[in-house]
Design a protein around this ligand. Structure first.
Ligand SMILES: Cc1cc2nc3c(=O)[nH]c(=O)nc-3n(C[C@H](O)[C@H](O)[C@H](O)COP(=O)(O)OP(=O)(O)OC[C@H]3O[C@@H](n4cnc5c(N)ncnc54)[C@H](O)[C@@H]3O)c2cc1C
Length: 379
C-alpha cells in the first residue's frame, strides 16, 4: 500500500513526488512514456518558479539556462510591440527538465515507474486501486497530474469530455526545435489567422545546436482547410505574418517531423474527481499565450504537498483535504485562467489583433498590466 500514487510524470507529478518523498512518504509515480522525451510545450518558464525548482534540486544557475526578459508580440500584418518583461522567465526543454526531475524524485525515494499507463482508478474508501496492465496498485490517496487530456478523463466521464466545445474551439498545437539566429533573451509571440506562435531559446541538448523552441496553437479547422497537411497550413496561413515568413523560410528544423497534439480544451475543470486530486493541466489548462502553465503545475504541487502530509499523518480528514485543496487552487489560479481565456480572444482574429497590437504599442503600461493578470508571485 502506497501513501500516494501519482498518475502522470510531468512537472506537476514529478515535483509533488519529490516533495512527498522528501517528507518520508511512500510514493509511486506512474508515467506512460519513457524519459527523456519531447513534449508539445513552448518551454518558456516564468520566473515565478525559479526558486522552487532550485529547492527541488534543479540547479538552473549551473545549467546556464537562457534568461528571457524581452517580449515581441506581432499582429498578423507584422506590426509589433517590443517590451521588456517585468518578471521574465527562462528557457529549458521538457526533454531535459522532466528527465532531471524524474532522477531527483528517484534519489529522494519515490518509486518512478516509466512505461506504466494507468487504465483506471477505483476509489474503495480507505484506499484507491489503480489498474496498470495486469497489475493492481493500491494507495491511500491518488493525485491526477496526467496533463491536458488522458484516457482517465474518459473513464471519469469528466464534463469537458462528455460536452465537447463548439467546433471553432477545437485546437491543435504543433512544436519544433529549430536552430535559429535570434537574441537569446527574447520571446516572440506572433499572431496569424486563428492562432499564435511562440518562439524562444532553450538549452542546447547534446548536439550543441543553438536550439530554440517554436510552438504554435491553432484551430483544427485551419488544418482541415489545408488538406490536413501541417506544411501547407504553415505556408498558406502562418507565413502571412512577416515574422513567421522569415522564421519558417530560414531556420533549420532539428526534428524530421513536428510534434502535434489535438483536442486541447481550455474550459474550467473540477479540481477533485472521484477523490482524485488534480494538479497541473488536469485541474485546468491556462491558455499558452500566458506562458506559465508549467509554473501553475509546479505551484499546484507546492500547495498540495503539505495538505497531503497532514492527511497522511491523520491531522485532517479526506473531506477537509479535498475541500481545502479545491479552495486553495481556486484562490491561486482561477482568476489567472479566466484572464488567459479572455486574452486569447484578442489573439488570432486578424482585424482584432492588427487593431489591438497597433493600439497597445502606444500604451506599454497597459501591456504590462495585461501580462501581470495571468502571472503570480514567486513561490
Ligand atoms: C501549445 C502549448 C504551448 C505551451 N507553452 C508553454 C510555455 O511556453 N510555458 C509554460 O509555462 N507552459 C506552456 N504550456 C503549458 C504547459 O505545457 C503545461 O501547463 C504543463 O506541461 C503542465 O504540466 P503537467 O504536469 O500538468 O502535465 P504534463 O507535463 O502534460 O504531464 C502529464 C504526464 O502524464 C502522462 N500521462 C497521461 N496519461 C497518463 C496515464 N493514464 N498514465 C500514466 N501517465 C499518463 C503523460 O505522458 C505526461 O508525461 C503550453 C501548452 C501548450 C498546449
Amino acid at each position: 500500500m502506497f501513501d500516494c500514487a501519482i498518475v502522470g510524470g510531468g512537472l506537476g507529478g514529478l515535483s509533488l513526488a519529490i516533495l512527498l518523498a522528501k517528507k518520508g512518504k511512500k510514493v509511486v509515480l506512474l508515467e506512460k512514456e519513457t524519459y527523456p522525451f519531447h513534449k508539445v510545450c513552448g518551454e518558456y518558464i516564468s520566473m515565478e518558479s525559479w526558486e522552487f525548482l532550485h529547492r527541488l534540486g534543479i540547479n538552473l544557475t549551473a545549467m546556464q539556462v537562457p534568461l528571457i526578459n524581452q517580449l515581441t508580440v506581432s499582429a498578423c500584418n507584422g506590426v509589433a510591440i517590443h517590451q521588456p518583461l517585468q518578471m521574465g522567465g527562462f528557457g529549458i526543454s521538457r526533454y531535459t527538465l522532466d528527465a532531471e526531475l524524474a532522477q531527483i524524485a528517484r534519489q529522494a525515494g519515490a518509486l518512478v515507474l516509466e512505461n506504466h499507463k494507468v487504465e483506471s482508478v477505483d476509489y474503495q474508501g480507505a484506499c484507491s486501486v489503480l489498474k496498470v496492465g495486469n497489475q493492481n496498485i493500491e494507495a491511500k490517496v491518488v493525485v491526477g497530474s496526467y496533463g491536458k487530456k488522458s484516457n482517465l478523463d474518459v473513464q471519469l466521464q469528466r464534463k469537458f469530455v462528455t460536452t465537447p466545445p463548439p467546433p471553432d474551439q477545437h485546437y491543435i498545437a504543433v512544436k519544433y526545435h529549430i536552430e535559429a539566429d535570434l537574441p537569446i533573451n527574447l520571446i516572440g509571440l506572433h499572431n496569424f489567422e486563428d492562432g499564435y506562435c511562440g518562439i524562444s531559446k532553450v538549452d542546447n541538448l547534446a548536439d550543441g545546436a543553438a536550439r530554440y523552441c517554436l510552438c504554435y496553437l491553432t484551430t483544427a479547422k485551419n488544418l482541415r482547410l489545408n488538406q490536413n497537411k501541417i506544411q501547407l497550413m504553415e505556408e498558406n496561413i502562418l507565413m502571412k505574418n512577416p515574422f513567421l515568413q522569415q522564421y519558417f523560410s530560414s531556420f533549420r528544423k532539428l526534428y524530421d517531423k513536428p510534434l502535434v497534439i489535438s483536442q486541447i480544451n481550455f474550459e474550467p475543470k473540477k479540481i477533485v474527481e472521484n477523490h482524485i486530486l488534480m494538479a497541473g493541466d488536469s485541474a485546468g489548462l491556462i491558455t499558452p499565450l500566458c506562458g506559465n502553465g508549467m509554473s501553475l503545475a509546479l505551484h499546484a504541487a507546492h500547495l498540495l504537498a503539505p495538505l497531503l502530509v497532514d492527511f497522511l499523518e491523520n491531522r485532517s480528514t479526506r473531506t477537509s483535504l479535498e475541500q481545502n485543496y479545491t479552495q486553495l487552487w481556486q484562490k491561486n489560479f482561477a482568476k489567472r485562467l479566466a484572464a488567459g481565456r479572455l486574452l486569447q480572444k484578442l489573439f488570432g482574429n486578424p482585424l482584432l489583433t492588427n487593431l489591438s497590437v497597433g493600439t497597445l504599442r502606444h500604451f506599454p503600461a497597459v501591456v504590462q498590466k495585461l501580462i501581470s493578470l495571468t502571472h503570480g508571485k514567486r513561490f
